[in-house]
Design a protein around this ligand. Sequence first.
Ligand SMILES: Nc1ncnc2c1ncn2[C@@H]1O[C@H](COP(=O)(O)OP(=O)(O)OP(=O)(O)O)[C@@H](O)[C@H]1O
Ligand SMILES: [Mg+2]
Length: 309
Amino acid sequence: MTLVTATDLTRHFPLPRAHLFDRTRTLHALDGVSLTLSEGEALGIVGESGCGKSTLGRLVQGLDRPTSGSVVRPEGPRIRVIQTIYQNPLDSLDPRMRVGRQIIEPLVIHGIGSAADHEARLANLMAQVELPAELADRLPGQLSGGQAQRVVIARALSLAPRVLICDEPVAALDAPVARAVTALLDRLRTDRQMGLIFISHDIGTVAELCQRVAVMYLGEIVEEGPVGQVLTAPRHPYTQGLLSAIPRPDPGGRPSPPMLGGEPASPIDPTPGCRLAPRCPYAQEVCRTVTPKLRGRSHRAACHFTAHD
Ligand SMILES: Nc1ncnc2c1ncn2[C@@H]1O[C@H](COP(=O)(O)OP(=O)(O)OP(=O)(O)O)[C@@H](O)[C@H]1O
Ligand SMILES: [Mg+2]
């Protein structure tokens, strides 16, 4: 069953003019992004810093309104059906409130259940995120980063969301702790048939956790499909460049040279055509004038010069 359908989402930010007679400039954080998320499915979102991943998450949850386009979410109060967890758990926790209390705080705020129910719910939620019960009396500052992130996850779960958006949830954690938290998210997805949107710079983690992946560049999805296909047989030059930039153990071989030169272009007042064209080794005249559309059935790519099924 489909939980989220985003259609043609666009989010533009008008920039303040430096001088009275300057032309208004517009930052295109997101341009024409469509995606779907099904029950029990993990969708990875990857792409360089500033490509619009967090903006997309905010629009999907409904924390921000699109300039145009629409999002269809599961039935029910928006705050309860979709929850987001962020990179730094301490940013989302109250430093002066005991963590047990914070985990059930959403139930208190929304008036769900009695005090006795909350007690039982707390024990259950802490067990689900594999936190020892005695940590409930601690303050956030008395927890490790991994424990604090588990508290944030438990609090998000208290409202039984259908969709969990994870915006770089393990980026601030040491590798073994990050792996454990990722494994927890995977188990919660399976057990609860939650939909996960997993925003990450770490393609290795996306490969392990996600069934599908969307690759973003400058506010657009340039490639999307089953994770195995996109990461082993990328069709878009940007995805190819992103993957070739990952250092990998390469017995005997030389590391492949990075495919994409230069920096990402500016998201301010983008010109028509493919946004990768200035950096793309395959760019032709048409790429500078005609915007390529996502084409293909389950594995889609937006490039004039690639194979599509
Ligand atoms: N409120 C805002 N006002 C103006 N510009 C914004 C605003 N929010 C985001 N942007 C711009 O929109 C673009 C996308 O930002 P976003 O935070 O979605 O990127 P991101 O892919 O999440 O990056 P990162 O990987 O660094 O978290 C960036 O150019 C950013 O500067
Ligand atoms: Mg972000």
